[in-house]
Every structure is written in C-alpha cells, then in structure tokens.
Design a protein around this ligand. Structure first.
Ligand code: ZN
Length: 270
C-alpha cells in the first residue's frame, strides 16, 4: 500500500504493484541518470517502466508524476530493497572524533511515517481565512527544475499547491505581500510536511571509535547509486559460459542469474 495514495475523481487509490523485475530493469535503472534531464525525470522513467499498476489505473509517466514526493520516494526504496534485500553497508565520518566508520542498515525494515489527517490536503490559516494546499507531487518537482533561484522556487511551489481559494481569485497585492511572505510560506511548508507521510531518511548511529551518537543521512534516491559494472560482469560471465545472448540473460530475474553464476563458479572450482 502506498503511504500517501492519490485521488482520482472521488476515489482514493493506495494500491500499487511492480512487474516481475529482471536484469533489463536493473540495467535501465543503472543507465537512467545518463539519459535523464534531471532527477524527477529519472524517477518518472524508472517507475513508469517498473510499475505494473497504480490503483486500478494504467501506469503512464503522467500518472507517476501525479504521485506525491513521499510516495515516489517510498516506491524507489521498495525497488532498491528488492534489488538488494537485507543489510547494506554505508560509510560515515564521525562529527566528534572525525574518524570514518562503516555501519549496516536494512532499508526494508525502516519505519514509514503515517500520513496525517486530511492528506493530501493541508489547511493553513491565512489572516482570517482557511487556505487549502495539497501535498507536493513529482509534477511540481519537474516544474521547479526550471527555476534556479531558491526563493522563486519556493514561491512557485506555494502557488502550485494552493487548491482553494484558487490563485486567480486573489488580488496580486495579497499574493505578493501575504501569501508569499516568508512567514506564510514557512507555515504552509511545515503544514504540508506534517500531513505528508515520509520514509526514514535520517538515523542515529553510535560512532564505534568514540561512541558519540551520530545522525546520518539515508539518501531516498539511493537506487541511483547502483552501477552497471557488476551486472555487466555477470552477464559477461554467463554469456561466455553458456553462449546465451545479452537479451536472454537480461530477461532473467536477479536470483536466477545469481544461481547460474554460482553454478559457473562451482564448476571452475572442481
Ligand atoms: Zn567518533
């Protein structure tokens, strides 16, 4: 189930399913950063090519981009875990003793913060009225890639996420001096954050050298760290041994591919 979910008409959808994943998906994910215009584009490409359903709707890039950022990050992490289940090693530098150390995390068991009441909408008092904003989506992130200035980007986001009253009904003067004031923008961002679910992106780890507690960051886009070298080395090894084509090998799931690698290695040891 998606931690957030999305509205289509009056129906709220929270179900999703991935296609059976194979080596072709792994290669696509490893190569996508080279061919994408920006991160949100890469995210949409990966999910549009790996998901088989979203609610009961067909999976298209447009539908993927309408998901909230938290759902997109959740789905990427599910994919990351399915390609590398179990514990993963990370390296950090201790902020107290400045020594480097390795630590182990199982991304699959980290908690996901629940969505708040009213999600995907967040109500904010602006002067004497209640304004309704919605959670940030992939579409918003794509629109923001066009804006280099951080202040302008925050303003654009507030305007895009305002659901009611509509922006067109507001006076320009009110928009500039009230709606886009720092205080209101901060409040809107905090309220949207509060109702939005979230995957775990920071954890406390004790430094093994000085035992100081360290807060370390877990990249929600860690799936982009996968490189294709080890995958292609496996394809090469199987192709060399069995004379199967790259296409045939990439249509196998990861566990079947690894099984053949084990068989080849065992044969070499005999
Ligand atoms: Zn330390």
């Amino acid at each position: 189930m998606l931690p957030g979910g999305f509205l289509e008409g009056a129906t709220f959808h929270r179900s999703y399913a991935f296609s059976p994943l194979n080596g072709g998906h792994e290669l696509m994910i490893a190569e996508v950063p080279e061919t994408s215009a920006h991160l949100p584009d890469a995210v949409a490409t990966i999910l549009a090519r790996t998901l088989s359903s979203l609610g009961d709707l067909p999976v298209t890039r447009e539908q993927v981009n309408r998901l909230s950022v938290c759902d997109l990050q959740f789905l990427l992490r599910v994919l990351e875990v399915s390609f590398q289940p179990g514990s993963k090693w990370y390296t950090a530098r201790c902020s107290s003793c400045e020594k480097r150390f390795d630590y182990e995390i199982d991304l699959g068991v980290l908690p996901v913060k629940n969505r708040g009441e009213g999600y995907p909408f967040a109500m904010v008092d602006v002067r004497t009225d209640k304004f309704c904003f919605r959670a940030i989506t992939g579409e918003d992130q794509i629109a923001l890639t066009q804006v280099k200035d951080e202040t302008r980007a925050r303003e654009l986001l507030i305007k895009r996420c305002l659901v009611n009253p509509s922006l067109q009904t507001l006076e320009d003067d009110f928009i500039q001096t009230v709606l886009l004031s720092n205080a209101v923008i901060n409040r809107v961002e905090a309220t949207i954050d509060k109702v939005s679910p979230a995957i775990t992106t920071t954890i406390e780890t004790p430094c093994p050298h000085c035992h100081a507690s360290m807060e370390t960051h877990l990249d929600p886009y860690g799936i982009f760290d996968r490189n294709k070298d080890s995958l292609l080395a496996e394809v090469h090894k199987i192709a060399w041994h069995y004379h199967w084509s790259e296409h045939e090998i990439l249509t196998m799931g990861q566990s079947r591919r690894h099984h053949y690698i084990d068989l080849i290695d065992r044969e070499r040891l005999r």
